[in-house]
Design a protein around this ligand. Structure first.
Ligand SMILES: *Cc1c(COP(=O)(O)O)cnc(C)c1O
Length: 389
């Protein structure tokens, strides 16, 4: 198998798995217990908190553990909103559903939610943000790197605008953490979401960075864990694995960026050169190093994924979530794409376990299956390229 869907989830790193095993076996204590089992579990959690903080240059006290990226996003939005009833929230039209859905609910509950548009490359305009800010604005939430097309937003500029207006700024950085250097202090962000399974850690665990001094209401109430901000017995083994994943990501960040970019650029260059009527979507410069997103005109992306799967290649049309609901990508719609362009989309996301041989094989298979699908495409009359194949 060739796995090129690393934006959806990643293979767990072996060192991560090994770090978790003791906490699934003999170290089963509740971190709130006073005896040595409890103390050991507590210590393991605090070590992980430091490892995660270190990856984004936060203080460990600013890291809140959650059940994953979705909960981190919900906690940021609802935690701030509950402190500011009927206020205004500014977000973007290309956010993950884990932002859009809580925003929808907040809008039904008396909040004004503004969705900033994006240009054809998936980028917001900072002047748009400035124009939307009002006395009522209680939170700005703009994602760091987009999960479908990989576009990276001008995060430090956005943070600067928010800081000037004393408005908390949250960013869903789930696709960016561990893939590009992130320093929360330098960027000036107030809240930042991370998910473990997007960076070679286990699923079902994540974190929310909350800058010291930013006040949120807890979403989950109970035993008062995580300083009362997130009750519930901690997922010790997963937190330990998540911490290890962050340490590994930090130690290998620069090498990984170089390797992924090299593989990604080869993939992009060859696909654009060797297959007719293909477009690379997203931004040419401000882009996650592992993301490639294409439109193959005259091809149905879902058919393409099924074909690729038959050849042992795992790919995606876009986000895993929008596939479940079978709706056209809201990200590509926001970028102004036609339904036909959206239909022909394919996302290939590189990971640290991919190699050059896999990329070459993928290009060969793509050439073959795109040609096959086009020869039976309902759009084939429309395109002259079909005769070229
Ligand atoms: C994966 C992802 C999420 C959801 O994270 P989970 O840990 O799967 O809940 C949210 N936002 C973005 C941008 C993502 O890529």
């Amino acid at each position: 198998m060739i796995y090129l869907d690393n934006a959806a989830s990643t293979q767990i790193h072996e060192d991560v798995l090994n770090s978790m095993l003791p906490y699934l076996k003999e170290q089963y204590g509740n971190p709130s217990s006073i005896h040595r089992y409890g103390r050991l579990a507590h210590k393991a959690i605090e070590k992980a908190r430091k490892q995660i903080a270190s990856l984004i240059n936060a203080d460990p006290s600013e890291i809140l553990f959650t059940s994953g990226g979705t909960e981190s996003n919900n906690t940021a939005l609802r935690g701030i909103s509950m402190k500011n009833p009927a206020s205004q929230i500014i977000t973007s039209s290309i956010e993950h559903d884990a932002i859009l859905e809580p925003c929808k609910q907040l809008a039904q509950n008396g909040f004004d939610v503004d969705y900033l548009p994006v240009n054809q490359f998936g980028m917001i305009e900072c002047s748009d943000l400035k124009n939307h800010i009002s006395k009522k604005t209680s939170l700005v939430s703009i994602m760091f790197g987009n999960n479908e097309v990989g576009t990276i937003q001008p995060i430090s500029e956005i943070a600067k605008i928010c800081n000037e207006h004393k408005i908390p700024f949250h960013t869903d950085a789930i696709q960016a953490v561990g893939k590009i250097p992130i320093d929360v202090k330098e960027l000036g962000v107030d809240l930042l979401s991370i998910s473990s399974h997007k960076l070679y850690g286990p699923k079902g665990v994540g974190a929310l960075y909350i800058k010291n001094g930013i006040d949120i209401d807890p979403v989950m109430l109970g035993g008062g864990q995580e300083h009362g901000l997130r009750s519930g017995t901690e997922n010790v083994a997963s937190i330990v694995g998540f911490g290890m994943a962050c340490e590994i990501a930090k130690n290998n960040l620069n090498d990984n960026i170089i390797q992924m970019k090299k593989l990604r650029d080869t993939l992009v260059e060859k696909i654009l050169n060797e297959i007719p009527e293909v477009v690379l979507n997203g931004h040419s410069q401000f882009r996650l190093p592992n993301n490639a997103h294409f439109t193959f005109l005259g091809v149905n992306g879902e058919d393409l994924i099924i074909k690729l799967d038959e050849y042992g290649i795992a790919a995606s049309t876009g986000s895993a979530c929008s596939v479940n609901t079978q709706k056209a990508s809201h990200v590509l719609q926001a970028m102004g794409f036609s339904l036909e362009q959206i239909t022909g989309s394919l996302r290939l996301t590189i990971g640290i376990f991919n190699d050059h041989k896999e990329i070459e094989k993928t290009i060969d298979v793509l050439k073959k299956v795109v040609g096959e699908l086009r020869s039976v495409s309902p759009y084939k009359e429309k395109y002259s390229f079909v005769s070229k194949i």
